[in-house]
Design a protein around this ligand. Sequence first.
Ligand code: SAM
Length: 305
Amino acid sequence: MEREQWCRRVPKTGAEQVRRQLIAEGILDTTLRPASDGEDILFPVTEHGEGDILWQCRELPVRAPLPRHELVGGIAIMQDEDVEEARRLLASRPSLHTVLGGESPVLGTYRTRTYRVLAGVATTRTIVTEYGLRLAVDLEEAYFSPRLANERNRIAALMHPGERVLDMFAGVGPFAIACAPNASIVYACDLNPGAIRLMDENIRMNRRTNVIPVLADACHLPGILPHASFDRIIMNLPMDPAPFLDAAFTLARDGATIHLYALQEGEGALLPALAARTLGDIREHEVRSYSPTQHHAVYDIDVLR
Ligand code: SAM
């Protein structure tokens, strides 16, 4: 039997990396067989983003489906608090050490949640592997989502050697550490001391020597780095980025690029505020579908005064 599904088209070389990434994001449609088209593989996905296409895929034989979950390194996060199902999930993958259930929604300035251990080792800490990087993560201590791995890879690939980079809301450092090989220096700011501690660990684990953690409120960065001007600025505080635009534009050199992530109800919601600050090009892309009413978008902004 065949069924039409959204698919991510990738060249056969490098397809395994993408397959693992889709599994980590919890969006590989495991009920369908990946399709092949010339030099490309098409992976069926349960959540589509920009560039994905509809394709007829063959259905795979039905196995008892695993409970719905998201993977973060060796931790699976389940939506339901079903201990029996959690044990079955734990046994299904040798790479898992813990199954958690979310106790709270994502809360507060630090964007963290609390969890209940449903099966396995009682920890919220794990190591995530992403595009060749190893990242120490503690889900209760600091925000981390594997869903932006492709974005981090995209931005690192846009860079020119020697760029000066500022990550204003850096968390445990995944953007900063991914960008560092192409940068002369990366300043990585976060307000959460727990995030900065994990970032420090990650900088050392990935042997980066040009990433400077900054424990601060990002709106104070122009005062903390008074003579700095950056080629690239990453603003990943999608719930409420607008209050930080002044700081970002103050710290961006003419000709810089700002990558601003936003959760918004309609397309282009931030365009008026951005167009008032730059004469340069503003490109908006959808990162992923977030909910029926909210879109997760990224604006790539060329700063031109
Ligand atoms: N960029 C990281 C990533 O991709 O994993 C983390 C992004 S998370 C959505 C937002 C981060 O911003 C959190 O780690 C939070 O602690 C931090 N944050 C919130 N308000 C802040 C502020 N005013 N200044 C600096 N960091 C802030």
